[in-house]
Design a protein around this ligand. Structure first.
Ligand code: SAH
Ligand code: F3S
Length: 474
């Protein structure tokens, strides 16, 4: 995997969205989430792998546990429960978790009371196989069972490992208040699951059917987030733009969220090209709060490969969509996902992907080698027949291409002025701030008199493939 942008999805770095919370008084209503009384307040450390949806789910788990009287901690050594919130999208994501579990088991040997849980997509995907590989795991819990976390902690106390692997097509956690890290950007899950069934993808099998959270609840959430100090909302869903709550579509949602008082910016990830309706494009074009940035997964530039992937669009249709969006919103920044080495991908197929990427010129791209996932349609129907060395070469070729394109596009912003939402101190220099431009480019500049949370105009004076460097102008 290689990521040429700073967009934080698929980063695969463990992140810890937990927060020190005082132990709340244990009361009868502390078990609303689970319907079960906890017997023993726990200190829980949650380690998150994979996509932004998992980070958001960890915030949800943190909310459920806190509501039940437990608390989440930032220090793994202080924890008596360690939950890994895992990813199953590619083989290497699972390998990392297995290695991590082996490491944690050393600690469990010294401290047999330590509870180790595996949550999320990998638990749902591997099930018994994971229990066989790591029999010391106390809790295995898929994405639709998080309400049972407090009950699971009790069950472990009584000596039984706990399995929560039922998918539930109605579970949307709409009544749970997630616990987020303070900041200026909040991620808000608006939809769970996926109905698309791309042949390479494990997500529909581990996250179940698509469900949208009613718009009224989401606008209430956003009002609360504004009160908590957040300025930017990133709407999350597997095919976020297929959102429909029975009355409102994704375009309606974009408008309504961006009209909440105090919201400065609205973004979303990841849309599916087949659901890029005029209603979505209108809202992006006409709402000043909706950022001019779109992540539009392509996957392949070859129509026969797209067909085998069941992406439901051709390369030509994808290109037409890009032209239409660029015509309506000329300043839009586009990013994408590409898979190389999918079943049966010939050199010509790959060249078409390469050519399409050169023609479209994405601002950035997440690029992957195809990874065969047990249980997917491709795993059942097609052959993973591209040799590893060809997958690696193809990946390197598009990474090199994309680096050049990203660098060129960013160089072209030199001398222009970009609006930047100030996020915090630059990692390298505490005299400087970092923030994102409207087009989601990391921008670094001297602090002057600006404050975190301000939107400032930054004149760009230099740029790399990943960062704009400039100074505040009035
Ligand atoms: N619609 C979801 C997709 C999640 S998967 C979303 O964007 O949130 C994210 C990306 O991982 C996909 O777009 C695809 O490019 C890549 N991916 C998914 N399954 C894969 C596999 N089996 N091998 C390699 N890459 C894969
Ligand atoms: Fe996966 Fe395709 Fe859904 S990539 S998440 S099955 S849109």
């Amino acid at each position: 995997m290689r990521n040429t942008s700073s967009f934080p999805i698929y980063k695969n770095q463990p992140t810890i969205p937990s927060e020190e919370n005082p132990i709340k008084k244990i009361s009868d209503n502390c078990n609303i989430a689970s319907g079960h009384k906890h017997q023993n307040p726990r200190k829980v450390y949650i380690e998150t792998y994979g996509c932004q949806m998992n980070v958001s789910d960890s915030e949800l788990m943190s909310g459920i546990l806190t509501q039940a009287g437990h608390r989440t901690v930032n220090d793994i050594d202080a924890a008596d429960v360690i939950l890994l919130n895992t990813c199953a999208i590619r083989e290497n994501a699972e390998t990392r978790v297995i290695n991590r579990l082996e490491h944690l088991n050393h600690r469990k040997r010294r401290d047999p009371n330590l509870i180790i849980g595996v949550c999320g997509c990998m638990a749902q995907h591997l099930r018994q196989k994971l229990i066989d590989a790591a029999p010391y795991v106390d809790i295995m819990m898929g994405p639709d069972a998080y309400r049972d976390l407090p009950m699971a902690l009790n069950a472990v106390v009584s000596g039984d490992p706990f399995l929560g692997l039922q998918l539930d097509k109605t579970e949307d956690y709409a009544d749970i208040a997630p616990i987020r890290k303070e900041g200026i950007r909040a991620w808000l899950t608006i939809q769970r699951g996926c109905d698309k069934m791309c042949t390479f993808c494990i997500v529909p099998f581990v996250r179940g059917r698509e469900r949208s959270i009613p718009l009224k609840l989401l606008t209430d959430d956003v009002k609360r987030l504004v009160e908590e100090g957040f300025k930017e909302i990133v709407l999350l869903g597997q095919t976020v733009n297929s959102y429909h709550d029975g009355k409102h579509d994704f375009g309606d949602l974009l408008w309504r969220i961006s009209e909440v008082d105090g919201i400065e910016r609205v973004r979303f990830t990841s849309p599916h090209p087949a659901d890029a309706t005029d209603s979505m494009i209108d809202a992006m074009q006409n709402s000043p709060k909706v950022c001019k940035q779109l992540h539009l997964p392509l996957q392949s530039g070859s129509t026969p490969v797209l067909e085998r992937m069941r992406r439901t669009y051709t390369a030509e249709e994808y290109t037409e969509l890009v032209l239409k969006i660029r015509d309506r919103i000329p300043q839009i920044a586009l990013s994408t996902d590409v898979i190389v080495g999918f079943c049966g991908e010939t050199e010509e197929d790959f060249e078409q992907t390469y050519q399409l990427m050169s023609d479209i010129k994405f601002d950035s791209a997440f690029m992957f080698k195809y990874s065969d996932r047990e249980g997917t349609l491709a795993n059942k129907m097609l052959k993973d027949d591209i040799p590893e060395k060809d997958k690696a070469r193809r990946l390197n070729e598009i990474i090199t291409l994309q680096e050049q394109i990203s660098s060129e596009i960013n160089q072209n912003t030199i001398k222009s002025v970009v609006p930047v939402l100030v996020e915090g101190d630059s990692r390298r220099d505490s005299e400087q701030y970092h923030g994102k431009s409207d087009t989601f480019k990391t921008t670094v500049f001297p602090k002057e008199n600006a404050n975190i949370g301000d939107i400032v105009n930054v004149k760009v004076h230099s740029a790399t493939a990943h960062t704009l460097i400039g100074e505040i102008v009035n």
